[in-house]
Design a protein around this ligand. Structure first.
Ligand code: GTP
Ligand code: MG
Length: 456
């Protein structure tokens, strides 16, 4: 791979060597090559140059060094030969793996996919909430790894790269062991402070969301793999100017815009962080408040880059993350984006058959957007779904909403609540999900439910 000569004013870009392993029995969505290609894109986005890669098929990871001892030797020689500053593994390494590898590889930093994604997030976070979320995830990731690299934690969001030994590089060596205990205590204190700050922001976000719900304007959350075109689509539909870039994780902070649907109906559309395969659970946890925006939406608009060779696997990875954040029950419409890049438009028609509610679009040139808006309107305002719920009297708002906007077939009053059966607009489905009626529920359950509610 050719390398640009660094200009004297900018610090030289770090040189990264990538390592991927295929572990027998692990259910991988992407092939080893495709996953490594994605890692290379992540590295590029983080601002480092990829100087080579190495792969290994393993029955199981080596307890000490993840890859086998022979491979470690090979890696050492290759890293020296290519003048690599950093080695990046495609899989999440345990703190022990990282430590042992750094010992074996002498003078070279070892990172994994998670650390790389965290680095990109740190560079892209803009809102104070986003920055706090990233900082929390970084501290939690680094705490068990504190024998190394804690100066990395001190990096400010937006910091650039640098060579090992200089300040500002990814995962630089930290203070001596004696200093570590002091540092660990300081970090734990900082973690609890950040959590406290985040709780405050979350409370504000929850109030704001409740307000939006009362306004009865339905919400649509844009979801999809990173770089699928979500922000471009929001900009086209809402005529807004959300940041768009051909890089991974361009968007980190959620943005909500009011959009006009055909027939003068309104909806609120939220653009948020993209997903990726092997998204670490710790990261999903740190972003839980942001992801609640998705979990509480009335409808999901799943944007798929249909021109991508791994489009279907990416779709699958997104579905898995949606399940992780309890958003699988929300009705979904699929936009097969970047159709302008398809050489054979009939391919789109073939693929469309795999998705029940899908439109082929180009957020860039506007093709199919009208159809998409009609579909959104239909889903939000015209589609009715049968439901059977048991609502405690405390959920008075939901009870009257059912009467007001739904078609009620049966109402049965019992101690503590009301059982309702009928049809409601599809967009309201998510709100009723917790109250889904189970035939084997007893009256005691309802009373317990009431008590639970009082505790909340
Ligand atoms: N050819 C083509 N390119 C598109 C289309 N939609 C988006 N893009 C390009 O795809 C890249 C990513 O677009 P974004 O809108 O930033 O994607 P995103 O899903 O918001 O990505 P993240 O925020 O990084 O998760 C940009 O270079 C866009 O110009 C499309 O319909 N056709
Ligand atoms: Mg975006």
């Amino acid at each position: 791979m050719s390398k640009k000569l660094p200009q004297s004013t900018t610090p030289p870009r770090e040189r990264a060597f990538l390592v991927g392993a295929e572990v027998h029995g692990n259910n991988q969505l992407l092939s080893l090559e495709d996953s490594l290609a994605e890692l290379a894109l992540l590295a590029e986005t983080a601002g480092v140059d990829v100087v080579g890669e190495l792969t290994q098929k393993l029955n199981r990871p080596n307890v000490e060094t993840y890859i086998g001892p022979g491979k470690v030797e090979e890696l050492k020689a290759l890293a020296e030969e290519t003048l690599a500053d950093v080695i990046i593994f495609d899989d999440e390494l345990s703190p022990r793996h990282q430590r042992e590898l750094e010992k074996a590889l002498v003078n070279i930093r070892v990172l994994d996919r998670t650390a790389l994604i965290l680095d990109i997030f740190a560079q892209h976070a803009r809102s104070s909430e986003g920055m706090l979320q990233v900082e929390l995830a970084q501290y939690e990731y680094n705490l068990p790894r504190l024998t190394r690299a804690w100066t990395h934690l001190e990096r400010q969001a937006g910091g650039g790269g640098g060579r090992a030994g200089s300040t500002g590089g990814v995962g630089l060596r930290g203070p001596g062991e004696t200093q570590l205990e002091v540092d660990k205590r300081a970090i734990r204190k900082r973690i609890s402070h950040i959590k406290h700050e985040l709780e405050k922001v979350e409370a504000h976000r929850t109030r704001y969301r409740a307000q939006r719900k009362r306004s009865r304007i339905p919400t649509v959350a844009l979801v999809g793999y990173t770089n699928a075109g979500k922000s471009t689509l929001l900009n086209r539909i809402a005529r807004s100017e959300v940041y768009v870039a051909n890089q991974l994780f361009a968007t980190l902070d959620p943005t909500t815009r009011r959009v006009q649907l055909p027939g003068d109906d309104l909806a609120l559309m939220t653009d948020t962080v993209g997903f990726i395969q092997k998204l670490p659970t710790s990261l999903v946890a740190a972003f839980h408040a942001t992801l609640e925006e998705i979990a509480e939406a009335d409808l999901l608009l799943h944007v798929v880059d249909i021109s991508h060779p791994n489009a279907l696997n990416q779709f699958q990875a997104v579905q898995e993350t949606l399940a992780e954040i309890d958003a699988s029950h929300i009705p979904m419409v699929t936009a097969l984006n970047k159709a302008d890049l398809l050489h054979h438009p009939e391919t789109a028609r073939e693929i469309l058959k795999n998705f029940p509610k899908a439109v082929s679009i180009s957020a860039l040139d506007g093709t199919g957007i009208k159809d998409l808006l009609h579909l959104l309107r239909e889903e939000l305002f015209e589609s009715y779904t049968s439901i059977h719920v048991r609502l405690p009297y405390k959920q008075g708002a939901l009870i009257s909403l059912f009467h007001e906007l739904g078609q009620v077939d049966r109402v049965e009053h019992e101690r503590g609540g009301v059982i309702m059966q009928g049809r409601i607009p599809g967009r309201l489905l998510a709100q009723y999900a917790p109250w889904h009626f189970e035939k084997n529920q007893t009256e005691t359950d309802v009373v317990e439910l009431e008590e639970d509610l009082e505790e909340i």
